[in-house]
Design a protein around this ligand. Sequence first.
Ligand SMILES: [Zn+2]
Length: 255
Amino acid sequence: MAARGTACIVAVLALLPPLAHAQGRSELLDRLVRAYPDALATHDDTTITWRDGTVMPVDDGASDKPFDQLLRNASILDQMRLSYPSGSAGPPAVNADPGRFRNEAFFKKMYGDCNTAEVRRNLVTITWLSKSWGKPVQVTRVNGVAERLKQVSAEIDALDPALRAAAFPIAGVLSCRAVADTGRMSMHSYAAAIDLNLKVSDYWLWAGKGKTIPYKNRMPQEIVDIFERHGFIWGGKWYHYDTMHFEYRPELLEK
Ligand SMILES: [Zn+2]
């Protein structure tokens, strides 16, 4: 039944945006190791090796996972499956969610399990927007996230007041919770993500249940650019958008 087989393949492919990376797995894994120099030591074709000697498989042998499975059971290579468009970009294509495929074992190893003391012992307090808001916020120090957020904060504080108003009050950093539609831990579980001002934010689940999701955004590009320069991706570049959300994912911004 070749014809039916072909139709099935076409139907499955239609659910996913095309693989944007022309790079092979070796180049993708090079980028991953470069992006997390404190944590990762090296890789070969099938594994990554952490600096403490832990070895993890980079894929699970499944090459044709549907979108729902990529959200729920991403391998380490799946995390980098879709390229993230840095800088100014138009509305995302259907199911273009670069960064929403996360391998939970990888991030738990990196930042700890928020159900134990592992995440808490790496928390440090920074002041968010000391010139315009000035409230303490607890974030992870792993991978230099706290230091990077201090720089992000200083740069946002230097923006025009009308622009920086989108960055406070913040809606939160640490929250030990799973993402609603994936069942997997959010980057907030690791204190490596920040949600900005709820009042100027848009979220795909608020858009109603149409056939496709109409894109909305009120987050200034200037704020997005600052976060991206420091290794944070923005949830406004997802088809399933979340425009107040930024998370530390340098592997998707590495050139
Ligand atoms: Zn968030």
